[in-house]
Design a protein around this ligand. Structure first.
Ligand code: AOS
Ligand code: ZN
Ligand code: ZN
Length: 401
């Protein structure tokens, strides 16, 4: 950054800008299959024309996001929402469209048996059923060539005294240990946390501390998923990111935005500055490098907006926050921090944040052979009209992504 002209890219900093461009080119974000289905609230599910009718069409839509951004080569699946007879064929279908299947998400929250929880359920038969579902998910992973199993447990209680808080932790630890024991050496469990909902008194994995405690007990192949929408208002999420990175236990992000709680709005829409601060921690730890194992995923739903453009916007929002984080003058920041220059340090960060990185990203896309404006290019492609004509009766995404 040129300190004399805040908000502009330094023209002579060729090496720096080239390095930033390289990092942006290498960055990928995984998209969720459920973002392409209809979703909504308990009040109303609005439908959109051309909504995918099955997992094959969801993957086709996800492939469009990759085609126009060049940055979304993986699609997360959800079992059973994306259940098919032939997973091998689904993986081939994805590859034919230029993407591949990423994380497999389990579902132990939609069955009547899970009224009192899944792995934490007081009934051993229900716990066994929840473990078995996860073992099935491992088989799906292997069939589609994925190595990550993402577990979000909706377990919790609604009333004080309803169940033993401690016993539920023990049951979860035992269930997770059974699933972990079935992992192959290259596979991971990604354990997500969420502070409340669907239960409202206790949640059994409510925070990063609880998720981390379980992951530490399991072993190196268990890591924490940080869903940006799953925190109480005012939580310093970048602090959690920094801590988990220190410990080598940040396995993945579920990116989205929230104004209230788990709204699953487009990432970077509610608080782009927070997203920048998160990406600053990522860049500072070198964790953009896939070798560190942090999977950047979206976990969103698009209740009223168009879905493919919603996903494209999400990818470009992540790219913009990343570009700004990459532009932070690390040396100047270090000097300011070491010398106790409080405002100077803050200024270094804000200079990067206030830079308009859209021209840089447009350039990166052009150099990739892509249209510099993915949203406009997608709109001009005619894909949305084509699928609206072809597809009738799109499916619902499933409950509350
Ligand atoms: C639920 O609130 C979580 O965000 C989950 O990550 C996710 O939506 C789910 O795993 C999809 O089944
Ligand atoms: Zn999530
Ligand atoms: Zn969520």
């Amino acid at each position: 950054m040129d300190r004399s002209t805040p908000g502009t890219l330094r023209k002579d900093a060729v090496v720096t800008i080239e390095a930033v461009k390289r990092a942006l080119l290498a960055q990928t974000v995984e998209v969720p299959s459920w973002a392409y289905g209809n979703s909504g609230t308990r009040f109303k599910v609005f439908t959109t024309p051309g909504t995918p009718r099955d997992p094959w069409e969801k993957i086709a839509d996800a492939a469009q996001v990759n085609a126009f951004t060049g940055a979304a080569p993986r699609v997360s699946l959800h079992v059973p929402w994306d259940e098919v007879e032939d997973y091998d064929a689904l993986a081939t279908h994805a590859r034919d469209l230029g993407v591949r299947i990423g994380t497999i998400n389990s579902n132990v929250f939609q069955d009547d048996d899970y009224r009192l929880g899944s792995l934490a359920n007081p009934d051993p038969a229900v716990r066994a059923k929840a473990v078995a579902h996860h073992l099935d998910c491992l088989e799906v992973m292997r069939a589609v060539g994925s190595t990550d199993l993402k577990i979000w447990l909706a377990d919790g209680t609604n009333y004080p005294g309803q169940d033993s808080i401690r016993a539920r932790q023990d049951r979860i630890a035992d269930g997770l240990a059974e699933i972990y024991a079935a992992l192959r050496p290259d596979e991971r469990i990604l354990l997500e946390y969420k502070f409340f909902e669907p239960f409202f008194y206790t949640t059994d994995v409510p925070d990063w501390g609880t998720s981390l405690v379980h992951c530490l007990a399991l072993g190196d192949q268990a890591q924490v998923v940080l869903d940006t929408g799953h925190h109480a208002p005012g939580t310093n999420i970048e602090f959690i990111v920094a801590q988990l990175l220190r410990l080598g236990r940040l396995g993945a992000f579920d990116f989205n935005s929230r104004f209230y709680a788990d709204d699953d709005l487009i990432v970077g829409a509610a608080d782009p500055f927070q997203l920048f601060r998160i990406m600053h921690e990522i860049v500072g730890a070198g964790a953009l490098d896939p070798a560190l194992g942090v999977n950047f995923m979206l976990d969103q739903c698009h209740n009223i907006e168009e879905k493919i453009p919603g996903q494209i916007r999400s990818i470009t929002n992540v790219q913009e926050a990343t570009a700004k984080a990459l532009l932070v003058d690390a040396d100047a920041l270090d000097v300011a921090q070491r010398s106790g220059d409080v405002l100077g340090a803050n200024d270094v960060l804000m200079d990067a944040y206030n830079t308009d990185v859209r021209p840089l990203l447009a350039q990166v896309r052009q150099e990739q052979g892509l249209d510099p404006h993915p949203l406009r290019a997608f709109a001009a492609s005619g894909y949305a009209d084509r699928v609206a004509a072809e597809r009738v009766g799109g499916t619902q995404a499933g409950w509350g992504a």
